[in-house]
Design a protein around this ligand. Structure first.
Ligand SMILES: NC(=O)c1ccc[n+]([C@@H]2O[C@H](COP(=O)([O-])OP(=O)(O)OC[C@H]3O[C@@H](n4cnc5c(N)ncnc54)[C@H](OP(=O)(O)O)[C@@H]3O)[C@@H](O)[C@H]2O)c1
Length: 305
């Protein structure tokens, strides 16, 4: 009884109550939306491996019809087969696409509409990373990251919006990065492209509000895919955990069902983002104090193309 007169204990109990209540509400909403993806037509770019592959498998499990796009036709076919093996009731097509090629993007949209007659969800996930020292690196490498990660994503959104607006519903998901709110040294071109994508998503969300279009921007921390192979030891030294790509897929689909606008995946990444927004000096200090000596060299080797 005495405990309940202690304001600190009461505050802790209230906080615990809020946490439990919000977790229970979230679980109930996810349960209610368990059929959300069933028979939805989803275009997924960057579907040939990594996070995209996991998204494809998770969507297949939940009954979505899939249009899988990336450049590597063989890898796409393997992912399509794995999706059909998971769920024989879904329709899966592959459309080998370089997202930086306008004609190929148009073909992707046409192939989807010809086969399914509608586009319910765009998951713009294709991306590349090229590390390097700004003062020394080839500028074409920065330009290419902007083209693949930002310009192609924006153009694809522009192409899917007319059919979605005509349907009166749709959902756009942009796979950005925690680096889209907290930039890291030696991958500045990548971070700049992701900042652009986050900014595009924020503005577009406000533009399509009330028109039946949902907008989600996903900002994952580091995940163990081709994108971190060289740099992983340096990231680990700094306390970043490698997030399993399956978790990113699971969190992304849950965020669509819950109607979330922006999510950041990763504890350190959430703190880093907060520091960038409110106290950039803290972020600068973190990098000054904790960046391992080998970081520039390892990050300069990190190239996915
Ligand atoms: N891994 C991480 O730590 C991390 C963290 C935050 C955000 N992300 C983001 O998550 C997304 C997926 O990354 P990931 O980690 O899965 O990387 P990944 O394993 O290297 O996969 C990248 C995917 O993008 C596709 N792609 C690249 N260039 C393309 C192009 N020009 N046209 C079409 N497809 C292209 C690749 O397919 P093809 O080569 O077959 O074309 C591949 O399917 C990216 O947007 C990335 O920025 C990753």
């Amino acid at each position: 009884m005495d405990l309940l007169t202690n304001p600190v204990i009461v505050l802790l109990l209230v906080l615990a109550g809020i946490v439990i209540l919000s977790a229970a509400t979230r679980a109930l909403r996810l349960y209610a939306g368990r059929d959300y993806f069933k028979d939805k037509v989803v275009i997924l770019t960057g579907a040939s491996r990594g996070i995209g592959r996991e998204l494809a498998l998770a969507l297949a499990k939940q009954g979505a019809h899939l249009v899988l796009a990336a450049r590597s036709a063989d890898q796409l076919d393997a992912v399509a087969k794995a999706c059909r093996d998971i769920n024989a009731t879904i329709d899966v097509i592959t459309v080998p696409t370089d997202v930086t090629d306008e004609a190929q993007l148009t073909r992707l949209i046409k192939a989807t509409l010809n086969r399914f007659g509608r586009i319910d969800i765009l998951l713009s996930n294709a991306g590349i990373l090229q590390g390097g020292v700004v003062a020394e690196m080839d500028f074409n490498s920065i330009r290419r990251q902007i083209e693949v990660n930002l310009i192609a994503g924006m153009r694809l959104v522009q192409l899917v919006l007319p059919p979605m607006l005509a349907q009166g519903e749709g959902h756009v998901v942009l796979m950005a990065s925690a680096g889209g709110r907290h930039s890291m040294p030696y991958i500045t071109g990548y971070c700049a492209s992701k900042h652009g994508l986050v900014g595009f998503g924020e503005g577009l969300r406000r533009e399509v509000a009330g028109k039946g279009i949902g907008m989600l921007t996903v900002k994952p921390g580091f995940a163990a895919t081709d994108m971190v192979t060289s740099a992983e030891p340096a990231y680990r030294k700094m306390g970043f955990q490698m997030i399993p790509p399956e978790r990113i897929a699971r969190r992304t689909l849950a965020a669509v069902i819950l109607g979330r606008r922006e999510i950041t995946i990763g504890l350190v990444e959430n703190v880093a983002q907060w520091s960038s927004a409110t106290a950039p000096v803290l972020g600068d200090l973190f990098w000054r104090l904790f960046m391992p000596a080998e970081f520039p060299e390892l990050l300069s080797k990190q190239k996915t193309e």
